[in-house]
Write a protein that binds this ligand. Structure first.
Ligand SMILES: NC(=O)c1ccc[n+]([C@@H]2O[C@H](COP(=O)([O-])OP(=O)(O)OC[C@H]3O[C@@H](n4cnc5c(N)ncnc54)[C@H](OP(=O)(O)O)[C@@H]3O)[C@@H](O)[C@H]2O)c1
Ligand SMILES: [Zn+2]
Length: 386
């Protein structure tokens, strides 16, 4: 569906919502969802689900919970592919319940709202990332660190008819309004969607690095997250050094504004950068030599690992890390308030991902490409094809 049609439809739905009062579900003849709900009020959904650890997805019909008082229903327009989807469905992070619909970069149009919802109205553009609710409807500022937060897919959720949360490779989703963010009008849905995970996961730690013009920032692993890290750091005036294992990405990465691209085909390539970076972020998703990469950071600088390899394990050689006296940390996405701030910042400053739009039937091929470092740089699924 084109953006123009989206816009027209959104306007029409806003009018409809206005006619019956904001903050309530569309009802009667205007209830475009009546045909999608069953007797219990559960909402019919279509998605692409994993059924085992094979890394192959297939179409699946399932049900979502009814729209509760604090919920919104989103008619999904696009969802993008994060490497986390692949790790989780393949069981890299532990056993999973299947069928499971992955996807935590989601954008669409609000199709219904619960009676307590004031943040959104029917017809609004909305985005959802890695979190969809809280077991006690309690919201700390950094929601990702609350033990009661419900993550977007594969997470135990009593309210879900399938017993777990089901993600965004789907035609719709029900989330607590607090966990959705507004998508500004001056960005396409397609370009906005990767911001919901790749954007916030890199923006949040980069903001804590207090970037100033001239700050030297290293980025390792230039995929979905990494290319956003390069663009965000460049937009803040940093001098960005990109460390890639893919010679074919060099030209692209320079066009994102990196000062230098280092092809790490051998760890010895890191030696000449020893002690030079003020800060470094690594998105590398498989086991690697952390201390070798961290050695390019100057003493007392910080190295942040956001890549999440199998079993979430990275091996750090303590002596090699000690030899550089680098602070090592790791970081998980970012809170909802910061996610909105990031979306607004990236849209205002045109810090947007390089994407490729695919049909749902291409998801399996796209996953293979992500694993084989062939993605350039985020695959975006057109939800109309699900
Ligand atoms: N902490 C969080 O909150 C959070 C949030 C989202 C995702 N993640 C994790 O972040 C990681 C990256 O996600 P993504 O979606 O950006 O993945 P991606 O698009 O596949 O990008 C990862 C990049 O890392 C490099 N790479 C891949 N395999 C490698 C290997 N074996 N050794 C060295 N470099 C390798 C490649 O870049 P080059 O071609 O440039 O070498 C690849 O493009 C995943 O582990 C994901 O689960 C974490
Ligand atoms: Zn992600």
């Amino acid at each position: 569906m084109s953006e123009d049609i989206d816009q027209t439809r959104r306007k029409a739905m806003k009018v409809a919502a206005g006619a019956i009062g904001a903050g309530v579900m569309l009802s009667g003849s205007m209830n475009v969802f009546a045909s999608q709900t069953d007797a219990k009020g559960n909402i019919q959904a279509r998605g692409y689900a994993a059924f085992d650890t094979s890394g192959k997805l297939a179409p699946w019909k399932f049900e979502r919970r009814p729209v509760g008082d604090n919920d919104i229903l989103i008619d999904i327009k696009y969802a993008s592919i994060c490497h986390s989807d692949i790790h989780q469905e393949k069981g890299h992070w532990g056993a999973q319940q299947y069928p499971q619909v992955p996807g935590h970069e989601i954008v669409g149009i609000v199709a219904a709202v619960g009676k307590n919802v004031t943040k959104f109205k029917v017809g609004d553009r909305a985005g959802v990332g890695c979190m969809v609710g809280n077991h006690h409807h309690h919201h700390a500022e950094e929601e990702q660190y609350s033990p009661d937060t419900i993550f977007t897919y594969g997470y135990p959720d009593d309210r879900s008819p399938t017993g777990i949360s089901q993600g965004g490779y789907s035609n719709n989703i029900v989330v607590e309004d607090h966990f959705a963010v507004h998508i500004p009008e001056n960005v396409t849905f397609q370009e906005a969607v990767p911001l919901l995970c790749a954007g916030i996961t890199t923006y949040s730690p980069l903001m804590r690095a207090h970037l100033k013009p001239g700050t030297k920032v290293g980025v390792a692993g230039i995929g979905g997250l990494g290319h956003m890290a390069v663009k965000i750091a460049v937009s803040k005036g940093a001098e960005v050094y990109a460390f890639t294992t893919s010679p074919s990405k060099v030209k692209d990465i320079l066009s994102f504004g990196a000062k230098e691209v280092i092809v790490v085909d051998n760890l010895s390539k890191l030696n000449q950068y020893r002690g030079q970076m003020d800060y470094m972020i690594s998105t590398i998703p498989y086991a690697f030599d952390v201390a070798a990469y961290a050695s390019v950071v100057k003493p007392y600088g910080t190295f942040t690992q956001v890549g999440m390899p199998e079993k979430f394990e990275v091996t750090v050689n303590a002596l090699n890390l000690a030899a550089s006296r680098v602070n090592f940390n790791s970081s998980l996405i970012g809170g909802i308030k910061e996610t909105q701030e990031m979306v607004d910042y990236c849209v205002d400053h045109k810090v947007l991902p390089k994407i490729e739009i695919i049909k749902a039937e291409q998801i399996n091929e796209a996953w293979e490409n992500v694993v084989n470092k062939k993605a350039r740089y985020r695959y975006v699924i057109d939800s109309a094809t699900i």
